[in-house]
Design a protein around this ligand. Structure first.
Ligand SMILES: Nc1ncnc2c1ncn2[C@@H]1O[C@H](COP(=O)(O)OP(=O)(O)OP(=O)(O)O)[C@@H](O)[C@H]1O
Ligand SMILES: [Mg+2]
Length: 308
């Protein structure tokens, strides 16, 4: 699956010297090399640090007044509160110095998973989700995510497109705008639940670690919600990776979390697809040049799926 391009990321040499010194001190060795992996749209530092002696750690860092710093701290709180065995890397530390904040995370070694039909990674990912969402979230996780209100219930787009349909709107969407707006209107009332929701599952927010297998990263949007949320959000990603929409629709009808909540799954997919169709047409935000092109592709994949 093509991974959205990285650009405009802060680099290690932008980190204020007091924070770099503090990190090298707590990590016990100087940083000899940094690698910024492909994937993601954020502008904060997100890099693998190689330390003298060969050990590697992963770090996310930004100035304290950057809006991504609260997101990085939310991710750190979540990593520290996920239940044992959750498919996530360990939190190694949070450090503040020189007006910046850094979150240090255990390094995962491997590529992004291959969600295409020829790989077993999609099946592995759905099996992980099944395990993660088969019971309610534990109390420490609920406490960790409670501080950041989830934007998940506010996903929408079709209602705005219905009022002013853009000239380039896919004819299949144009013909069904009232129905799509009605489907997404059901989502806010269904968006509540007490299950773990990663909230941003895509191939580039996972690493196929050589030892641990598929592992979810980038928990900055983690929240609680219906058990079907992450599995439903992965469905358009499978279409983008080359699966037939009919096969993915069948998978959703059979996967435990989505099979038990078909109405919620459909309402969420309608809201997510509407959000993509609307946002893809907005001006690109600074520092995220690949985002709108990705949203156009994802919007088309979501629409293909909704027709099933
Ligand atoms: N613990 C880790 N070990 C190794 N690589 C990681 C780790 N966590 C993330 N990565 C890699 O770094 C990339 C960027 O990290 P991450 O997704 O957490 O931040 P982000 O991309 O800035 O967030 P967003 O997707 O919201 O833009 C990921 O796509 C992944 O390739
Ligand atoms: Mg990411």
């Amino acid at each position: 699956m093509p991974v959205p391009p990285t650009s405009g990321r802060l680099q290690w040499n932008a980190v204020p010297p007091p924070l770099r010194a503090r990190l090298e001190d707590v990590l016990g060795a100087p940083v000899t090399d940094t690698v910024t992996p492909g994937g993601g749209f954020g502008h904060q530092l997100a890099a693998t640090l190689r330390l003298d002696g060969g050990r590697r750690v992963f770090i996310k860092a930004a100035p304290d007044d950057d809006p991504l710093t609260p997101a990085n701290l939310h991710e750190a709180a979540v990593l520290g509160a996920l239940p044992p065995g959750a498919p996530a890397p360990d939190l190694l530390g949070i450090h503040h110095s020189g007006g910046w904040t850094a979150v240090v995370i255990a390094h995962l070694d491997g590529p992004h998973p291959d969600l295409s039909p020829r790989s077993g990674d999609a099946e592995q990912t759905f099996a992980l989700l099944d395990k993660l969402t088969s019971s309610p979230a534990p109390a420490p996780y609920i406490a960790a995510v409670r501080t950041a209100p989830s934007p998940m219930g506010a996903l929408h787009g079709w209602n705005e497109l219905l009022c002013a349909p853009p000239a380039d709107l896919d004819p299949a969407a144009r013909a069904r705008l009232p129905q799509l707006a009605e489907l997404e209107a059901a989502w806010p009332a269904l968006a509540h639940g007490d299950h773990i929701v990663h909230g941003d599952l895509r191939a580039d927010n996972m690493v196929h670690d050589r030892r641990l297998g598929v592992t979810f990263v980038d928990w900055a949007h983690a929240t609680t919600g219906p058990a079907c949320t992450d599995a439903a959000s992965l469905a358009p990603q499978l279409v983008l990776a080359g699966h037939q929409p009919a096969d993915v629709a069948r998978l959703l009808r059979e996967h435990p979390a989505t099979a038990e909540n078909p109405g919620t799954t459909t309402a969420f997919l309608a809201a997510l697809t509407g959000h993509w169709h609307r946002n893809a047409r907005r001006p690109a935000p600074p520092g995220a040049p690949g985002l709108r092109a990705y949203q156009h592709r994802a919007a088309a994949a979501g629409l293909a799926l909704l027709s099933y």
